[in-house]
Design a protein around this ligand. Structure first.
Ligand SMILES: *[C@@H]1O[C@H](CO)[C@@H](O)[C@H](O)[C@H]1NC(C)=O
Ligand SMILES: *[C@@H]1O[C@H](CO)[C@@H](O)[C@H](O)[C@H]1NC(C)=O
Ligand SMILES: *[C@@H]1O[C@H](CO)[C@@H](O)[C@H](O)[C@H]1NC(C)=O
Ligand SMILES: *[C@@H]1O[C@H](CO)[C@@H](O)[C@H](O)[C@H]1NC(C)=O
Ligand SMILES: *[C@@H]1O[C@H](CO)[C@@H](O)[C@H](O)[C@H]1NC(C)=O
Ligand SMILES: *[C@@H]1O[C@H](CO)[C@@H](O)[C@H](O)[C@H]1NC(C)=O
Ligand SMILES: *[C@@H]1O[C@H](CO)[C@@H](O)[C@H](O)[C@H]1NC(C)=O
Ligand SMILES: *[C@@H]1O[C@H](CO)[C@@H](O)[C@H](O)[C@H]1NC(C)=O
Ligand SMILES: *[C@@H]1O[C@H](CO)[C@@H](O)[C@H](O)[C@H]1NC(C)=O
Ligand SMILES: *[C@@H]1O[C@H](CO)[C@@H](O)[C@H](O)[C@H]1NC(C)=O
Ligand SMILES: *[C@@H]1O[C@H](CO)[C@@H](O)[C@H](O)[C@H]1NC(C)=O
Length: 500
């Protein structure tokens, strides 16, 4: 599919930056062809991105950001933490050079002190709070503390037992550091910076976390995760992690520190054998849904209506990052500014050029058990009332003649027939939503440009008829018949839900 240009109009924040919800973007710079500072800022402007986070305080980038109105989180890199945490004077010099020298032409909103220090550099943890205090007192001395907040981004892995959220707590061995740190944030009206990666939670869950739950896709009500203590319903991993942070803070008697998600995203490419869910479709789905979720100000189940400002990781693919292919593939754009995929933001209240399609399709999940697929196919063409006649031999969608292709056609027809409603692309977990039109040759899938968009669910075309089943039996590998009660049972019974 052609990559369409898109415009990210995140302009709600222009008016109510301090109160309203907003989406920002992280700007990592491990690119072999890093665009110039002016090119970076041109891209930000063209996409109406009003909030960014830098991983340092690069002078040329800050110069290019001057007088743009873009709000900037600058960072103290981990390797500078030692110096700043052990010397008030060094901290003051850092603030003078990297904040005071640029403010207010550059609208610097926060200093992120280090990155995931407690988990990635535990030896430096004792210096974290001193560094934050030194930076804070330097800001106070420059009269900048009202404008510039000091915080430090944490990995969400410091929260243990994060489901149910009401029972979450911070790793207790970190309490001696976290407890005073949280009190510092509370006393300076600063947010808790949290990095939230449902991608990793999903990858590490050994199948316990459904992909749909990580991607903010609709789950059938009986698949939603319920916190038994609070009776709050969780429909996605992101909310559950943010609420786990709120509960973990409450456990330490800290109740007035808002959460800002400083990093979240999904890789659009990965090694197919080890990272099969790092795909363009999933990245598009995650980030589109995330943006919609944040901008809509739905908040979390614990704090409905309280925005959780979120910075997407990240603006560019960083081809020089070490590690797996997915590590290099979190970007919204490549180094030339070409979008990696088109975000699907209609319905989010954002103006988004070229997202007029709302195109989603429901297909057989890659690698799904063929027996379950067959049962689901049978259900769709039977009780599901999908017209499966085009799957018959000689008809438009008979080829490729395998259960995945046929199931994809039938699942999609059902999904569109049901108005793409919540939970209608599930089929016992063997179905998945995609933005790629699976139509091929003369086989047009419902929802594709070739269709009128009318429902395929129609009792005038109930499948299967007796003779069509007979036609199928000898000639094709996939069969279409009414499912047995056992198959129905398999399809309709929700799996027992246990999370994390
Ligand atoms: C920085 O941004 C905030 C929020 O948009 C705004 O109120 C403030 O005036 C800006 N400051 C400068 C110096 O532009
Ligand atoms: C650090 O410097 C600030 C002024 O920049 C001063 O107010 C503060 O007392 C100093 N703190 C320490 C621990 O020396
Ligand atoms: C808790 O933190 C300690 C100290 O950083 C670490 O050694 C330990 O592995 C952590 N526990 C868990 C369960 O992550
Ligand atoms: C939180 O407050 C309760 C009641 O005031 C107290 O018993 C508890 O020790 C406090 N916990 C912490 C970690 O400060
Ligand atoms: C936005 O939030 C409202 C409730 O506040 C909800 O009914 C609606 O479905 C949400 N829209 C999206 C696109 O999430
Ligand atoms: C929409 O897409 C077309 C063709 O892909 C492109 O020419 C046009 O500039 C795009 N519109 C916007 C507003 O980006
Ligand atoms: C896309 O779908 C959303 C919700 O499903 C709907 O509100 C919106 O109008 C649709 N947009 C287009 C262009 O069809
Ligand atoms: C689809 O549209 C074409 C022309 O607009 C029309 O002739 C045809 O009957 C429509 N098909 C359905 C199923 O509505
Ligand atoms: C059934 O099909 C007819 C024509 O093929 C169409 O006019 C009607 O809207 C369909 N009904 C439903 C419920 O889709
Ligand atoms: C479709 O089914 C409904 C009830 O399920 C029935 O009232 C209607 O007459 C049927 N329409 C056709 C065209 O068979
Ligand atoms: C199925 O049988 C009916 C009558 O028994 C016949 O009219 C119809 O054409 C047959 N359909 C196919 C696809 O063979």
């Amino acid at each position: 599919m052609a990559v369409l240009l898109f415009l990210l109009l995140l302009s709600i924040s222009a008016i109510h930056a301090d109160e309203g919800p907003y989406i920002g973007v992280n700007i990592g710079t491990s690119l072999s062809a890093m665009p110039s500072a002016t090119q970076v800022v041109a891209l930000l402007k063209s996409q109406n991105i009003h909030h960014v986070r830098l991983y340092d305080a690069d002078a040329s980038l800050l110069a290019a950001l001057a007088n743009t109105g873009i709000r900037v989180v600058v960072s103290v890199p981990n390797e500078q933490l030692l110096a700043i945490g052990s010397s008030n004077a060094t901290a003051a010099a850092w603030v003078a050079r990297n904040v005071a020298a640029h403010f207010p032409t550059v609208n610097i909103s926060a200093i992120a002190v280090g990155s995931e220090v407690l988990t990635s550099m535990p030896n430096a943890a004792p210096l974290l709070l001193p560094a934050m205090r030194f930076l804070q007192s330097a800001l106070v001395a420059s009269n900048l503390d009202k404008f510039v907040k000091v915080s430090t981004p944490h990995s969400s892995s410091i929260i243990l037992d994060s489901f149910p959220p009401s029972q979450a707590f911070f790793n207790r061995s970190l309490d001696p550091i976290l407890s005073p740190l949280l009190r510092f944030l509370q006393s300076t009206s600063s947010p808790l910076f949290l990095n939230v990666y449902p991608y990793y939670d999903y990858m590490q869950s050994n199948g316990v976390i459904p992909l749909d739950y990580a991607l903010f896709r609709p789950l059938p009500p009986n698949k939603e995760a319920v916190d038994a203590n609070t009776l709050l319903h969780y429909t996605n991993v992101f909310d559950a992690v943010v609420d786990a942070a709120y509960f973990a803070m409450e456990y330490l008697n800290v109740t007035h520190v808002p959460v800002v998600v400083l990093e979240s995203g999904w890789p659009h490419k990965g090694d197919p054998s080890t990272e099969p869910d790092a795909t363009t479709d999933n990245a598009d789905t995650y980030n589109s849904n995330l943006i919609r979720h944040v901008i809509n100000s739905t908040g979390t189940p614990k704090h409905p209506g309280i925005a959780v400002p979120t910075y997407i990781y990240e603006l560019y693919d960083e081809d020089q990052r070490p590690g797996a292919l997915s590590e290099k593939s979190w970007g919204l754009f490549d180094s030339t500014g070409l979008p990696a995929y088109t975000l699907h933001l209609s319905g989010s209240g954002l103006l988004l050029a070229n997202d007029t399609t709302n195109q989603t399709f429901c297909v057989a999940r890659e690698g799904a058990d063929p027996k379950l697929l067959q049962a689901a196919l049978d259900w769709a063409c039977g009780p599901g009332k999908v017209d499966c006649s085009v799957l018959m031999q000689g008809q438009a969608c008979s080829e490729p003649d395998d259960v995945e292709s046929h199931a994809s056609y039938a699942f999609n027809a059902y999904y569109h027939g049901m108005g793409m409603g919540s939970g209608t692309c599930y089929f016992s977990g063997v179905a998945a939503i995609t933005t790629t039109d699976p139509s091929h040759d003369t086989c047009l899938f419902a929802g594709s440009g070739g269709k009128n968009g009318t429902s395929l669910l129609n009792n005038t075309s109930l499948a299967p008829s007796a003779n069509s089943t007979a036609d199928q039996s000898g000639s094709t590998r996939t069969t279409i018949f009414a499912p047995s009660f056992l198959q129905l049972f398999v399809l309709l019974m929700p799996a027992a839900l246990q999370l994390l």
